[in-house]
Design a protein around this ligand. Structure first.
Ligand code: URA
Length: 237
Protein backbone atom coordinates (compact mmCIF):
# COMPACT_ATOMS: atom_id res chain seq x y z
CA UNK A 1 0.00 0.00 0.00
CA UNK A 2 1.24 3.48 -0.84
CA UNK A 3 0.09 7.03 -0.24
CA UNK A 4 -1.47 8.49 -3.39
CA UNK A 5 1.05 11.34 -3.64
CA UNK A 6 3.98 8.90 -3.23
CA UNK A 7 2.49 6.51 -5.75
CA UNK A 8 2.18 9.30 -8.33
CA UNK A 9 5.62 10.67 -7.61
CA UNK A 10 7.15 7.18 -7.99
CA UNK A 11 5.36 6.99 -11.33
CA UNK A 12 7.19 10.18 -12.31
CA UNK A 13 4.04 12.25 -12.83
CA UNK A 14 5.35 15.36 -11.01
CA UNK A 15 7.10 16.51 -7.83
CA UNK A 16 5.46 15.83 -4.44
CA UNK A 17 4.36 19.45 -3.80
CA UNK A 18 2.83 19.80 -7.27
CA UNK A 19 1.12 16.44 -6.85
CA UNK A 20 -0.48 17.42 -3.55
CA UNK A 21 -2.02 20.43 -5.33
CA UNK A 22 -3.13 18.33 -8.28
CA UNK A 23 -4.83 15.82 -5.96
CA UNK A 24 -6.52 18.53 -3.89
CA UNK A 25 -7.80 20.12 -7.10
CA UNK A 26 -9.73 16.90 -7.78
CA UNK A 27 -7.78 16.00 -10.89
CA UNK A 28 -6.87 12.49 -9.74
CA UNK A 29 -9.18 9.49 -9.78
CA UNK A 30 -8.52 6.05 -8.34
CA UNK A 31 -10.71 3.19 -9.57
CA UNK A 32 -13.15 5.73 -10.94
CA UNK A 33 -13.45 7.77 -7.70
CA UNK A 34 -12.05 11.28 -7.35
CA UNK A 35 -9.59 11.31 -4.45
CA UNK A 36 -8.65 14.65 -2.92
CA UNK A 37 -6.58 13.44 0.04
CA UNK A 38 -2.89 12.99 -0.89
CA UNK A 39 -2.28 10.76 2.16
CA UNK A 40 -4.94 8.16 1.26
CA UNK A 41 -3.33 4.77 0.62
CA UNK A 42 -3.83 2.39 -2.30
CA UNK A 43 -2.39 -0.86 -3.56
CA UNK A 44 -0.15 0.19 -6.45
CA UNK A 45 -0.48 -3.28 -8.02
CA UNK A 46 -4.21 -3.04 -8.54
CA UNK A 47 -5.22 0.64 -8.40
CA UNK A 48 -6.25 2.22 -11.70
CA UNK A 49 -5.11 5.81 -11.35
CA UNK A 50 -5.92 8.58 -13.79
CA UNK A 51 -4.69 12.17 -13.86
CA UNK A 52 -6.80 14.57 -15.91
CA UNK A 53 -8.43 11.50 -17.46
CA UNK A 54 -5.17 9.84 -18.62
CA UNK A 55 -4.28 6.50 -17.04
CA UNK A 56 -0.99 6.39 -15.14
CA UNK A 57 1.11 3.27 -14.88
CA UNK A 58 1.77 2.55 -11.20
CA UNK A 59 3.24 -0.94 -11.37
CA UNK A 60 6.83 -0.16 -12.07
CA UNK A 61 6.92 0.38 -15.82
CA UNK A 62 7.23 3.96 -16.97
CA UNK A 63 6.76 5.63 -20.33
CA UNK A 64 7.54 9.20 -21.34
CA UNK A 65 7.83 11.35 -24.40
CA UNK A 66 10.53 13.99 -24.68
CA UNK A 67 10.93 16.78 -27.21
CA UNK A 68 14.61 16.09 -27.69
CA UNK A 69 16.61 19.26 -28.23
CA UNK A 70 19.63 19.48 -30.53
CA UNK A 71 23.04 19.19 -28.84
CA UNK A 72 22.44 16.14 -26.64
CA UNK A 73 23.23 12.54 -27.52
CA UNK A 74 20.73 9.71 -27.26
CA UNK A 75 22.64 7.50 -24.86
CA UNK A 76 22.48 6.53 -21.21
CA UNK A 77 26.01 7.81 -20.61
CA UNK A 78 28.76 9.52 -22.55
CA UNK A 79 32.22 10.61 -21.49
CA UNK A 80 32.17 13.95 -23.24
CA UNK A 81 28.69 14.87 -24.43
CA UNK A 82 25.52 15.67 -22.46
CA UNK A 83 22.94 12.88 -22.82
CA UNK A 84 19.16 12.88 -22.88
CA UNK A 85 19.21 11.26 -19.42
CA UNK A 86 21.00 14.36 -18.07
CA UNK A 87 17.83 16.30 -18.88
CA UNK A 88 15.57 14.14 -16.70
CA UNK A 89 14.42 14.97 -13.18
CA UNK A 90 16.28 12.82 -10.62
CA UNK A 91 13.10 10.90 -9.69
CA UNK A 92 12.61 9.81 -13.29
CA UNK A 93 16.25 8.79 -13.69
CA UNK A 94 15.82 6.59 -10.64
CA UNK A 95 13.09 4.70 -12.48
CA UNK A 96 15.78 3.27 -14.74
CA UNK A 97 14.36 4.61 -17.99
CA UNK A 98 16.37 4.54 -21.21
CA UNK A 99 15.80 6.02 -24.67
CA UNK A 100 13.84 3.95 -27.19
CA UNK A 101 15.94 3.93 -30.34
CA UNK A 102 18.24 6.74 -31.23
CA UNK A 103 18.07 10.26 -32.61
CA UNK A 104 21.27 11.93 -33.80
CA UNK A 105 22.81 14.70 -31.72
CA UNK A 106 21.46 17.37 -34.07
CA UNK A 107 18.02 15.74 -34.56
CA UNK A 108 15.13 17.14 -32.51
CA UNK A 109 11.66 15.90 -31.66
CA UNK A 110 9.82 12.87 -30.37
CA UNK A 111 11.94 10.57 -28.25
CA UNK A 112 10.37 7.89 -26.08
CA UNK A 113 11.88 6.84 -22.78
CA UNK A 114 10.86 3.77 -20.80
CA UNK A 115 12.16 1.03 -18.54
CA UNK A 116 10.05 -1.54 -20.42
CA UNK A 117 12.39 -3.51 -22.68
CA UNK A 118 9.59 -5.35 -24.51
CA UNK A 119 7.87 -2.10 -25.38
CA UNK A 120 11.15 -0.61 -26.62
CA UNK A 121 11.85 -3.67 -28.73
CA UNK A 122 8.41 -3.55 -30.33
CA UNK A 123 8.82 0.12 -31.22
CA UNK A 124 12.27 -0.36 -32.75
CA UNK A 125 11.94 -3.68 -34.58
CA UNK A 126 11.31 -3.30 -38.33
CA UNK A 127 9.15 -6.44 -38.03
CA UNK A 128 6.65 -4.40 -36.00
CA UNK A 129 6.02 -2.08 -38.99
CA UNK A 130 5.78 0.94 -36.68
CA UNK A 131 6.19 4.08 -38.72
CA UNK A 132 8.44 6.92 -37.66
CA UNK A 133 7.73 10.24 -39.34
CA UNK A 134 10.37 12.98 -39.75
CA UNK A 135 10.22 16.50 -41.09
CA UNK A 136 13.44 17.29 -42.97
CA UNK A 137 14.68 20.57 -44.38
CA UNK A 138 17.14 19.88 -47.18
CA UNK A 139 19.39 21.87 -49.46
CA UNK A 140 17.37 21.45 -52.63
CA UNK A 141 13.81 20.71 -53.66
CA UNK A 142 12.80 17.04 -53.49
CA UNK A 143 10.85 15.97 -56.60
CA UNK A 144 8.65 13.16 -57.93
CA UNK A 145 11.73 11.10 -58.86
CA UNK A 146 12.76 11.14 -55.20
CA UNK A 147 9.25 10.13 -54.13
CA UNK A 148 9.35 7.17 -56.51
CA UNK A 149 12.83 6.11 -55.35
CA UNK A 150 11.70 6.13 -51.70
CA UNK A 151 8.65 4.07 -52.64
CA UNK A 152 10.81 1.45 -54.36
CA UNK A 153 13.37 1.23 -51.53
CA UNK A 154 16.41 3.48 -51.48
CA UNK A 155 19.85 1.97 -51.96
CA UNK A 156 22.30 3.79 -49.69
CA UNK A 157 25.78 4.73 -50.89
CA UNK A 158 27.28 1.68 -49.09
CA UNK A 159 24.90 -0.66 -50.95
CA UNK A 160 22.44 -1.19 -48.07
CA UNK A 161 18.90 -1.39 -49.39
CA UNK A 162 16.21 0.24 -47.26
CA UNK A 163 12.64 -0.93 -46.90
CA UNK A 164 10.15 1.00 -49.02
CA UNK A 165 9.44 4.39 -47.43
CA UNK A 166 7.22 7.38 -48.02
CA UNK A 167 8.50 10.81 -49.07
CA UNK A 168 5.91 13.59 -49.03
CA UNK A 169 6.84 16.76 -50.91
CA UNK A 170 5.20 20.13 -51.38
CA UNK A 171 7.49 21.91 -53.82
CA UNK A 172 9.60 23.49 -51.04
CA UNK A 173 12.85 22.45 -49.37
CA UNK A 174 10.90 20.84 -46.52
CA UNK A 175 9.60 17.28 -46.80
CA UNK A 176 8.19 14.50 -44.64
CA UNK A 177 9.84 11.10 -44.54
CA UNK A 178 8.09 8.04 -43.13
CA UNK A 179 10.22 4.97 -42.40
CA UNK A 180 9.66 1.82 -40.38
CA UNK A 181 13.24 0.88 -39.59
CA UNK A 182 16.05 2.74 -37.84
CA UNK A 183 19.39 2.27 -39.55
CA UNK A 184 22.26 4.53 -38.55
CA UNK A 185 21.62 8.08 -39.88
CA UNK A 186 18.92 6.51 -42.03
CA UNK A 187 16.89 9.51 -43.14
CA UNK A 188 19.96 11.65 -43.78
CA UNK A 189 21.58 8.85 -45.80
CA UNK A 190 18.38 8.15 -47.78
CA UNK A 191 18.10 11.80 -48.77
CA UNK A 192 21.86 12.02 -49.41
CA UNK A 193 21.57 9.12 -51.86
CA UNK A 194 19.21 11.40 -53.84
CA UNK A 195 21.66 14.30 -53.69
CA UNK A 196 19.92 16.20 -50.86
CA UNK A 197 21.79 17.18 -47.72
CA UNK A 198 19.64 17.34 -44.59
CA UNK A 199 19.92 20.72 -42.87
CA UNK A 200 17.49 20.03 -40.00
CA UNK A 201 15.63 16.91 -38.94
CA UNK A 202 12.76 16.61 -36.50
CA UNK A 203 10.80 13.47 -35.58
CA UNK A 204 7.11 14.24 -35.26
CA UNK A 205 5.48 10.85 -34.72
CA UNK A 206 6.06 7.22 -33.80
CA UNK A 207 3.23 4.82 -34.75
CA UNK A 208 0.03 6.72 -34.04
CA UNK A 209 1.65 8.88 -31.34
CA UNK A 210 2.24 12.51 -32.27
CA UNK A 211 4.82 14.71 -30.58
CA UNK A 212 3.04 17.01 -28.14
CA UNK A 213 4.06 20.38 -29.53
CA UNK A 214 3.19 22.00 -26.16
CA UNK A 215 6.17 20.24 -24.64
CA UNK A 216 9.19 22.50 -24.28
CA UNK A 217 12.50 21.27 -25.75
CA UNK A 218 14.25 18.97 -23.29
CA UNK A 219 11.10 18.37 -21.24
CA UNK A 220 9.22 15.13 -20.75
CA UNK A 221 5.72 14.09 -19.91
CA UNK A 222 4.29 10.66 -19.10
CA UNK A 223 2.35 8.76 -21.76
CA UNK A 224 -1.19 7.76 -20.91
CA UNK A 225 -2.14 4.13 -21.42
CA UNK A 226 -4.03 5.14 -24.56
CA UNK A 227 -0.93 6.88 -25.94
CA UNK A 228 1.16 3.81 -25.21
CA UNK A 229 -1.21 1.72 -27.27
CA UNK A 230 -1.25 4.34 -30.04
CA UNK A 231 2.54 4.15 -30.24
CA UNK A 232 2.31 0.48 -31.15
CA UNK A 233 -0.26 0.91 -33.89
CA UNK A 234 1.15 -0.88 -36.93
CA UNK A 235 0.70 0.74 -40.29
CA UNK A 236 2.33 -1.25 -43.10
CA UNK A 237 3.52 1.19 -45.73
N1 URA B 1 17.51 9.35 -39.39
C1 URA B 1 18.61 10.12 -39.28
O1 URA B 1 19.36 10.30 -40.20
N2 URA B 1 18.87 10.70 -38.08
C2 URA B 1 18.07 10.55 -37.02
O2 URA B 1 18.35 11.12 -35.96
C3 URA B 1 16.93 9.76 -37.15
C4 URA B 1 16.66 9.17 -38.34
Amino acid sequence: MKRLDKLLSDAGVAGRRELKQLIRQGRVQVDGRTVTVPEEKFDEKTAVVTVDGGTISTVGTYYYMMDKPAGVVTATEDRTEPTVLDLLPAAVRRQGVFPVGRLDKDTTGLLLLTNDGDFAHQVISPKSCIEKCYVAKVDGIPDDGDVQAFREGIELKDGTVCLPAVLEIDGTDTCRVIVREGKYHQVKRMLASRGKTVMTLRRVSVGGLLLDENLSPGCIRPLSQEERQLTLVKMPL
